[in-house]
Design a protein around this ligand. Structure first.
Ligand SMILES: Nc1ncnc2c1ncn2[C@@H]1O[C@H](COP(=O)(O)OP(=O)(O)OP(=O)(O)O)[C@@H](O)[C@H]1O
Length: 754
């Protein structure tokens, strides 16, 4: 039954899984004996499913030990029915299911989680994977199969021939509870038992652990539509905080793999999120749905397929903003074309006593001609050829050599090769980017694109990050390095070795690496192949924070991909949401696209969300505000600390740890996080600390905690690129309790609350 204070999802297409609360069931009896009997009935079916999986696994092992050949399909290998005795097709399916079961998370909440009782007297069980019995009849239907759709879409107003929807809660193989929704009371016969308060509310009330859980048993109607949308083009999932955008998108990835396995397993699915902490938070969802073949990457490490990147470090808001701007494309293009400082500007060689010289203008003309046809790292051979042509044109009459002899002679000269190495070196993206640390170089490529103030910030950041000298690139540097690789091409691996050519023309000293060696290695490497890993589907979360440069980086990985793009502009930390929106439009282009708006906030209690919504509207009047589905009756606690902020923060964190069962998040502005952490660590016992996480507002993106303390919201606003929008993110993280702690009773962020 619905607990007082709970509101139902506003969307009428959303099933209202409130069980006996949603109408007078034919039998409202829910005595413990009745529930126990119902559970025992369900347990019998679940036991049959596990027995069946056990049998199938044994038959398959037997076939394998007898050495019979396995038939290959896109789902794996098995014995053809016509090939032999042991394994029939019906077993094959059960065997495949058993193999997938082995990949399910140990903590998953039951292989079989749902049951539909239909008006035609049929009963279907819904599970994480499909299993058939010996007669080929379905024992469990995969949740992604069309037949499972009514489980998610049926409502009391549109029951889709379903009388009762039942959710089974299990621990491992043990059924421990059931929750029912009566969808069609008129067609139910008098003996139908209806139990529980509704699966959704039970799920939402549960304490949160450190990792996101799947919602496969309680997906709501509007969420199911987004999950099962066609794969082609671009699918946008929008909605306010806590509306399930992330979790829905992950279930969509599992659905796409199920419905188009061949395309997406071989083409690859990439899931991108804001940070490594976030990726750790969501990483169990797909395995708990039996899917392992998805690549998860934080946005800062997307380019790790082409450059060494960890993707953890974050620039200051201002510097990150400069590096993410679209004007960096022109800056990097000019940088890639411009020779580095110290590049020789004259080639002088002597052939049979005759001097041959190419001067600066000729060299510049050759360079720009080659670069109009090739990327730098692809153009070395063409550049050498152009040099030989230019030298040949300057060959004195008296030099008695045909063209081939001349070319051989020039190519074999140590001085010519040394010149080429210095004049047209293979460039690494890191070394190239490092050149922006030199203000003169930066000015020569950025004047007119970046103000002198921005140039100084950029140069300082590149130098202090020690790019190209072993330093760790930041998240925003990742997109710049990727852009450079696009401009200059990857460095052939053979060129990563140190330059060990020796001096000099006419010298007796032989080379340690011969040109032939070098050329032969180069011949094996396709300099013209695209270096990027590409995917058939890219699923991007927190898309509102993607900078224009990052969009370009992502597009390189998804040139032929379909996309699922998840975001909420009101939570954007990018200084100019309109610019980010334009960059997104470029990805969508002319591709077919569809948008799904999630309207219900499943995370925050209404008391917390009402407060957060006022802050959101102040910062972003067009904010898409969802309706909170729960109320706890506990108002947010707005505290003031006028003397000792760190100590009061530790007290507030302790109060939250006492008040909630699950996790507590302390969200601190970056400038305060060290001081507050030290204090909290010193006064909180180890057991409690295990449930407590300290994060900055940006690190909190996409995450949730049962209790949240937001330390000094005014500083959060001041220190974050998105100002109040980022405070809105922080205020919408709790599932139960919120405390804020200000330095003054007149804190500016509280204005919209008055
Ligand atoms: N149908 C559902 N059944 C049970 N729990 C749900 C359902 N939909 C969403 N939730 C829960 O609501 C919480 C918020 O979901 P999620 O993080 O996906 O929201 P979001 O829209 O991505 O939020 P944000 O924009 O703030 O990052 C999660 O705990 C999720 O499991």
């Amino acid at each position: 039954m619905t607990t007082p204070g709970e509101t139902q999802p506003s969307n009428t297409s959303t099933p209202a899984p409130t069980a006996s609360g949603n109408g007078s069931g034919p039998s409202a009896t829910t005595s413990p004996e009745v529930i126990a009997a119902e559970i025992a009935g369900e347990q019998a079916h679940v036991d049959r499913v596990y027995d069946r999986l056990g049998e199938a696994t044994r038959s398959a092992r037997q076939v394998a030990t007898e050495g019979r050949s396995l038939y290959q399909s896109d789902r794996g290998s098995y014995v053809r029915e016509e090939d032999g005795t042991g394994l029939y097709e019906r077993d094959v399916f059960a065997f495949q299911a058993a193999k997938r079961l082995a990949t399910l998370d140990a903590e998953h909440e039951g292989l079989v989680f749902g049951r539909l009782d239909r008006v035609d007297q049929q009963t279907f069980y819904i599970g994480r994977i499909g299993v058939r019995d010996e007669e080929y009849e379905p024992l469990v239907i995969d949740w992604r199969a069309p037949a499972a759709e009514p489980f998610y879409r049926a409502t009391p107003t549109k029951p889709m021939d379903v009388i009762r929807r039942r959710v089974l809660r299990s621990r491992g193989q043990q059924v421990i509870g059931i929750e029912d929704d009566l969808l069609d009371g008129e067609n139910a016969d008098g003996s139908l038992i209806v139990v529980g308060e509704g699966a959704l509310m039970a799920a939402l009330r549960r304490a949160r652990g450190p990792q996101m859980r799947d919602i496969v048993a309680t997906i709501q109607g509007e969420q199911d539509e987004a999950i099962r949308a066609p794969y082609q083009g671009v699918t946008m999932i929008t909605g306010g905080p806590g509306t399930g955008k992330t979790v829905v998108a992950l279930h969509r990835a599992a659905y796409l793999l199920y419905s188009n396995r061949r395309r997406f397993e071989s083409g690859g699915v990439l899931v991108v999120g804001p940070s490594r902490v976030f990726m750790n938070y969501i990483e169990r969802v797909l395995p708990s749905l039996g899917e392992e073949s998805v690549t998860l990457r934080p946005i800062g490490a997307v380019a790790s397929d082409v450059v060494r990147l960890n993707g953890e470090r974050i620039d200051s808001a201002e510097v990150g903003g400069i590096k993410g701007r679209l004007s960096m494309v022109g800056v990097l293009k000019r940088l890639a074309a411009e020779p580095a400082r110290g590049t020789p500007d004259m080639l002088a060689i002597t052939i049979k006593g005759e001097p041959l010289v190419l001067r600066a203008e000729t060299l510049a003309r050759i360079r720009s001609d080659v670069l109009s046809r090739y990327r730098v790292n692809q153009g070395r051979a063409a550049a050498e050829e152009a040099l030989r042509n230019a030298l040949w044109q300057r060959k004195p009459e008296q030099l008695d050599l045909d063209r081939d002899q001349f070319d051989d002679l020039v190519t074999g000269m140590a001085s010519f090769r040394m010149f080429c190495n210095a004049w047209w070196p293979f460039l690494s993206a890191e070394e190239t980017l490092a050149r922006l640390g030199d203000p003169a170089t930066l000015a020569s490529v950025a004047d007119g694109s970046l103000s002198s103030h921005d140039q100084q910030l950029l140069a300082d950041s590149i130098r202090s990050n020690r790019i190209g000298a072993g330093g760790e690139p930041t998240v925003a540097d990742g997109a710049l390095l990727d852009e450079l690789i696009d401009k200059i091409g990857p460095v052939p691996p053979s060129e990563v070795e140190p330059n060990i050519f020796l001096d000099d023309e006419g010298s007796e000293v032989s080379e340690l690496v011969t040109m032939a060696d070098k050329l032969s290695v180069q011949r094996e490497i396709d300099l013209f192949a695209e270096p990027y890993q590409t995917y058939a589907h890219i699923l991007l979360d927190e898309a509102q924070d993607i900078s224009p440069m990052q969009w370009r980086m992502l597009r390189r990985r998804g040139q032929h991909a379909s996309w699922t793009i998840v975001g909420d502009l009101a939570q954007s930390s990018w200084p100019d949401p309109a610019e980010a929106q334009r960059a997104l439009q470029q990805v969508i282009g002319k591709a077919p696209h569809r948008e799904f708006r999630m309207s219900t906030n499943y995370r925050s209690p209404s008391e917390v969300f009402d407060l957060a919504a006022k802050v959101a509207l102040q910062a972003y009047p067009e904010a898409d505000l969802p309706q909170a589905v729960r109320s706890t009756g506990v108002e947010p606690d707005l505290r003031v600390s006028e003397v000792d902020l760190a100590r009061d923060a530790a007290t507030a964190a302790g109060d939250l740890l006492d008040a909630v069962e699950g996790t507590v998040g302390v969200i601190c502005p970056p400038s305060l996080i060290d001081e507050i952490s030290t204090m909290i660590n010193s006064v909180t016992d180890d057991d409690q600390l295990r449930r407590l996480i300290m994060v900055t507002p940006l690190q909190a993106k996409g995450l949730e905690y049962d209790g949240v303390l937001v330390v000094s919201p005014d500083d959060v606003v001041a220190e974050s690129p998105g100002g109040e929008r980022v405070l809105y993110v922080a205020l919408t993280r709790p599932t139960q309790r919120l405390i804020t702690l200000d330095r003054t009773p007149n804190a500016a962020w509280r204005k919209p609350l008055e």
